[in-house]
Design a protein around this ligand. Sequence first.
Ligand code: FAD
Length: 410
Amino acid sequence: MTNIVILGAGYGGILTALGLSKKFGRSKEFLITLIDRHDYQLFASNLYEVASAEEEMTTLSQLKHSIALPLEAIFTGRNVNLVKAEVLQINPVSNSVFTGSKKYYYDYLVVAVGSTSDYFNIPGAEKFSLPLKSLNDAFFVRNKIEFAVQMHRLDANKKNIRIVVAGGGFTGVEFAGELKGFLDILAWKNRYPREKIEVTIIEASSALIAGFSARLSRDVLDRLKALGVRVQFSSMTAKVDEHFVELASGEKMEYDVLVWTAGVKALSLPFTKQMETDKKGRLVTNEFLQLNTYNNIFALGDGACVANYDGKPAPPSAQDAIAQAEYLVNTLPYIIRNKRPPAYSGKKHGYIISIGGKWAILDYNGFYFTGLPAYLVRQLANLNYFRKVVGLWKAIKLTVFDMEIYSRND
Ligand SMILES: Cc1cc2nc3c(=O)[nH]c(=O)nc-3n(C[C@H](O)[C@H](O)[C@H](O)COP(=O)(O)OP(=O)(O)OC[C@H]3O[C@@H](n4cnc5c(N)ncnc54)[C@H](O)[C@@H]3O)c2cc1C
């Protein structure tokens, strides 16, 4: 019996488990085990929608249904052993994974446990800001914003309520852009002057979505401005306390809600031995996604440092995690048969950034357009992912459901 254990039921882990179960599922020679601390896959790309959904327009259970795909439903009829548990230790010498109550032995291990927020050791950042990485984070951010408005609705001199988003990357701009509809409703419900609820993105560099084209950064900025979001460039966070963000320039910005979207780093894994990692804590792999020291351990997704088509480490993105999982599904049979597989070459992806309601920017392979058409292509991209994991019919239902509930506050 060959035991394949996969850690993490995110984009990478799910598609690895699904693909391998199609390849090996019918054979009694293989046992595939997928371990995650949750019994669902979080569709993180829509987290900003959940964090900005108005309470009375959508219920918690609708929001959970929109973004958390139950593993049972994904793996119905598949020969995959699902385990809901926290991985506490990986022992590469005894080839085992310990979850606190049980040990799982493996012949091949796939590590796909993703990433966590990077606070860059900035004093106070982790303690006082709110991350946007999990379902609970999204609910918490939403509640905190609502609470901030409710707290001040009876004030005689209604103060300016400041929502500060630290980091002008994909997550930061999508979240800040989507807040408009939510804040319009909150202001109306609480009879709060709308102009007194401010949203500001603080970005350390001189452009939004740094590293991408100047045109993309400019269009993102124009759209955010049209939605009433302020953007402050060259604003490196130096320190955070309960009420203020202090910038490297010495400027102090008061905030009511501070959301941290400034970066991610790999989750530090509980290996019993020191593994080779890069400066973001990602497990370094060779061109077959194997760890150099232990060839029966593979790493992929946000937690892995995998060379991409351009020789640089692949960025933390669902698209890269999916490409790596699809590669591994085809590669593992070679490795099991002691044959040399083709090397991973990575893929150049396009990007679709949604900013406020049914409006997005698509930048892909020479195609560039904005507005409703780009938003619709994004929904098709979501549908394509759902199709891979739950089948076409459920994927259509889920996409239509998501579009309907998320547009209630547009
Ligand atoms: C708000 C937001 C928006 C995003 N939007 C996009 C987008 O539009 N497009 C895009 O390409 N990417 C997007 N991303 C990035 C994308 O979500 C990640 O790159 C992707 O999830 C990485 O996949 P993964 O398989 O490596 O890890 P994940 O999908 O994060 O999965 C990791 C899994 O491991 C589990 N896990 C972790 N530690 C343990 C443990 N010790 N024990 C048990 N289980 C564990 C977790 O519960 C999780 O299920 C977004 C991310 C965020 C946060």
